[in-house]
Design a protein around this ligand. Sequence first.
Ligand code: SAH
Length: 213
Amino acid sequence: MEDTFKHKGLRQKLVNILKDKNIKSEAVLKAIGKVPRHLFMDSGFLDHAYQDKAFPIAANQTISQPYTVAFQSELLKVTQGDKILEIGTGCGYQTAVLCELKAKVYSIERQQELFKKTSKFLPKLGYRAKKLIFGDGYKGLVDEAPFDSIIVTAGAPFVPKPLLSQLKIGGRLVIPVGDDVQIMNLFIRKGQKEFEQHEYGEFRFVPLLENKN
Ligand code: SAH
């Protein structure tokens, strides 16, 4: 598990690409500049690790595109110590970026293989999520609610109600909504039953699966 000057150099180039694509948050860019993305992929894929592309990983899943991770992270407006729920841990790359942003991260994954692998892997890199959970993200995590923000990293066919209700007042839910193509949505909780909704551009994610699938 090496992180060499070569890796660091490639990572800086990636950060510059994200800046060119209009990612503005210095904190997010700094976090992306720190997380050794190549270690989240199977060895042999170094040539791909610092391209701005999604990439296949175990269990038919993907590591999200760096631009997508940066875009969603920026929408969360993370401040130090924020309690954040992530749905779709996958390989843990987004989780690591949130840890770099000094959030307290809770993350749910429904694939046992990935859950086990990532639970072992993240601490090896020094990334300590508050809790990694094997379970169904549609339900959120009622025992730990409310959250400062919630990020969904799989394409949701609809917005699960529990996620909205587990936000603090002022809290933010960032969720890609749609079937084949998703629209990035931001919900800000304004009151017990009031939410402000913003829509951003199109993205493509693997689907947020319901337990019956
Ligand atoms: N956050 C990851 C992206 C993972 S891809 C990254 O940084 O690269 C999306 C993940 O969501 C997959 O691992 C998939 O297994 C998981 N997923 C799909 N449906 C889910 C559900 N209902 N609950 C929790 N995780 C789910």
